[in-house]
Write a protein that binds this ligand. Structure first.
Ligand code: NAI
Length: 301
């Protein structure tokens, strides 16, 4: 069987100086992509700046026989986002693949969360994805090709103590994906969200000993690279990956209940009496667009 390769493709990976992003960059470099390794080089909680991590990954890709350049801009401003994409376009003429991966943590319980903790996390994860993806999509549209990844988290999908800011930002990315996939579908741009799980400096203090190898970040790369391949036609999906396990998760709805009976007003008690049916999830359905929800109401419209 022919191996998937990325020859002729230009990939930008944000936050690729270490951890999970570094593995994407190395893997794409090995499979023939021209890679822009972006990393501001901040601490786990977003302080400082250091160009050495991105530079080191570029050196590794080149040593392996690949092509790569570094970018040290922050994802969290419009100027930064444009500079990152321009770096790809000015050097390699285009961008085909964008992996939004840069991230920081400012974990605090909700009652102790400061405005700064909230804003910084939003700026990097949520605003950062907007700042980098918008200029990328402009180029992808012209070339009628694009593969984009947003990096979500199980914290947003399912919850995690002390991560209300992070979880909200991560779920916000699913919100961007759900609408943007519709806007760019006709330009052959596919967007998916990955919720990775891996040992990195972000999780080093949380995972038990031994997880450094069991949950190595390289286990996330095969799925993400597959989603970035030209042959992938899936868009708007969410995947969870870690330790060599890969699965899909989705926002679904149950059948619900049509309670309205003519013009008779419904009461709170009508809801109480039907709460089991309203909450029932035995027939979960995923929707390509928010408009699909109207199907449930059809008998009433
Ligand atoms: P990491 O801390 O090893 O790498 C994140 C990289 O992003 C760092 O090199 C950092 O310098 C860079 N970065 C931070 N702010 C930046 C900015 N404004 N501009 C450019 N670069 C910036 O973390 P890890 O674990 O590799 O995480 C990668 C992504 O995966 C993050 O988005 C994270 O939230 C997400 N994630 C990771 C999980 C895990 O188990 N490690 C779990 C769920 C999500």
């Amino acid at each position: 069987m022919v191996k998937i390769n990325y020859k002729g493709k230009v990939a930008v990976i944000t936050g690729a100086g270490q951890g999970i992003g570094r593995e994407y960059a190395l893997a794409l470099g090995l499979r023939g992509a021209k890679v822009v390794v972006n990393d501001l080089g901040v601490s786990k909680d977003g302080y400082g700046a250091d160009i050495s991590s991105a530079n080191k990954v570029v050196e590794e890709i080149v040593e392996n026989g690949g092509e790569a350049i570094a970018s040290h801009d922050s994802v969290s401003t419009m100027d930064g986002g444009e500079n990152i994409i321009n770096r790809a376009v000015d050097t390699y003429g285009k961008i085909d693949i964008l992996i939004n991966n840069a991230g920081i943590l400012r974990d605090k319980s909700f009652m102790k969360m400061t405005e700064q903790d909230w804003d910084q996390v939003m700026n990097v994860h949520l605003k950062g994805a907007f700042c980098v993806t918008q200029p990328a999509v402009k180029v992808m549209k012209k070339n009628n090709f694009g593969r984009i990844i947003f990096t979500g988290s199980i914290s947003g999908l399912y919850g995690s103590f002390g991560q209300t800011n992070y979880g909200a930002a991560k779920m916000g990315l699913v919100g961007i994906m759900n609408s943007l996939k519709l806007e760019v579908a006709k330009y052959n741009i596919k967007i998916n969200t990955i919720a990775p799980l891996a040992w990195s400096r972000m999780t080093a203090g949380v995972f038990p000993p031994g997880f450094e190898t069991k949950m190595a970040p390289r286990f996330n790369s095969p799925l993400v690279l597959y989603l970035c391949a030209e042959e992938n036609q899936v868009s708007g999906n969410i995947f969870v990956a870690g330790a060599g396990w890969y699965g899909r998760t989705a926002i679904v709805s149950g059948d619900g209940c049509c309670l309205k009976n003519g013009s008779k007003a419904l009461t709170i008690e009508d809801i109480r009496n039907n709460f089991e049916g309203i909450s029932d999830m035995t027939n979960p359905k995923r929707h390509e667009s928010g408009l699909n929800i109207f199907e449930y109401m059809e008998p009433l419209l």
